[in-house]
Design a protein around this ligand. Sequence first.
Ligand code: ADP
Length: 513
Amino acid sequence: MAPSPETNASPPPTTTDERPPLFHVIETDAGRALRERPSLSIRTRMSLGFLLLFVLSLGITVASLVMLRRIHDKLQFLEAAASYTFEIQQARRYEKNYFLYGTNLGDAIEHVQTAEHLLARHRRNIATVVGATHADTMATHLVKYEELLGRLEALSQRQPKAALPSRPAIEAELRVHGSEMVSVAEDLMARERRSLNTMLVMSQRVPIVFLAVLLPLISYIVNFLTRQILRPLNRMMEVARRVAEGDFTPITPKRRYRDEFTELGLTMNHMMGQIIKRQELLVQAHKLQAVGTLTAGIAHELNNPINNIMLTASMLLEDRQTLTEDEQLDMATDLVDQAERTQRIVRNLLDFARESELHTGLPDVQDLVEGTLRLAANQLRLGGIRVERRFGENLLKVRGDHQQLNQVLLNLVLNAVDAMPQGGTLTVATGPADEPDFVAIELSDTGKGIPDHLLTRVFDPFFTTKPTGKGTGLGLSVSLGIVQKHGGDIRVTSKVDRGTTFTVLLPVARVPA
Ligand code: ADP
């Protein structure tokens, strides 16, 4: 069974009268719109995403390395400062001894020199950690202290026992510089210890913070990239599905940038264009096949008027002397009538066969049916088929191509003829369909019917039960394609040996009063 019109409703028919053909829209307009966008490929987007991650990781790594370097410097400083403080404290102890007992001045000087040596060796590290000013302060005090001790030594060598008047002044100065040196060193050490602790705490937190930032960032990037790929992929799947259902609405741009999927979109649009082209060829080919079928009947139908013409013309030739003027006039009129009849028959066929562009009009359903029955009149007569018309009272119009709809009905009529080789009745009914806003054209035959298991296959292309040379299996699939293009549908019900009913549903044309 064919799908219902609601689910199947295709876009309104494209016409040469109203807008450019769908083929043109697909190949050029949609293509241009797809192409004329700034390009930002998925590859670039992925690279940018991973670059962002790399930059973040690089930042964190550099920051950690810098922090480790500073921790290392601080540890070195603390070590140097501890030795320095120790040396100063020793020097001060010996300095006190000297003032109390007059001994150990040499030891004091030795320790100061060691401290000086330490300061010189670690000068760079100390300057980096505590700054050049503090390093200079430490050095200045030390130099001053050493200088005072040197002066004291020089004095004691000259007058060892004497209590020189300058000694208390030197002693006081020594105390100032000594305690200053120790307190500066201790202050700096305390400060650096605190800062070291802070840095250690930070270095513990950094990886945790890094992970906490990295996790949502990675999931955002993955999510973003997945959307960038999956969304268009889903759209393409959706497009492929509707193409399979016969909807060839072209793919139009939905995103700001052009990327790899744009090429796919363009290719799919091109594919739709090609399918439409081929479908049109198929419709035309099938129409010609129907013309072939009709030709035998038409030839037969032409025979009668031509025989009549021959007969009348011969009588006119042979008996023109004995015929009255009125009789001659009657016969001439008869000749014209018969000639007109042949002309009409040939014109009907030519009109149907002519390859033409899609032409939208507002054909009347009854006219359509009558036109088709006229075209197949001889086939029906030859097949011994009685036609019963059950036209609804209202004149219903549909919007579409007269010729193509004729082709659909003709195909159904010819199939009915084939299904009733021993003759039968073809009932053609028109009227509003059960679905609102749809017209139904029902063709019921009293033929051999279609078995249930084949009912779903009759619309498949190339499905035929007719002998080779007679059936192509394209009639119903082409007909369904045409009707779907008009926004309608074809349905079938059948009972074996009882008959088949095909119902063509078409949307009613709303004609403004
Ligand atoms: P073809 O007529 O070339 O076989 P169609 O697509 O028109 O191709 O029809 C496909 C098949 O559907 C036919 O071969 C026939 O088996 C079946 N069929 C179509 N119309 C009728 C009908 N009115 N009664 C019985 N069978 C039919």
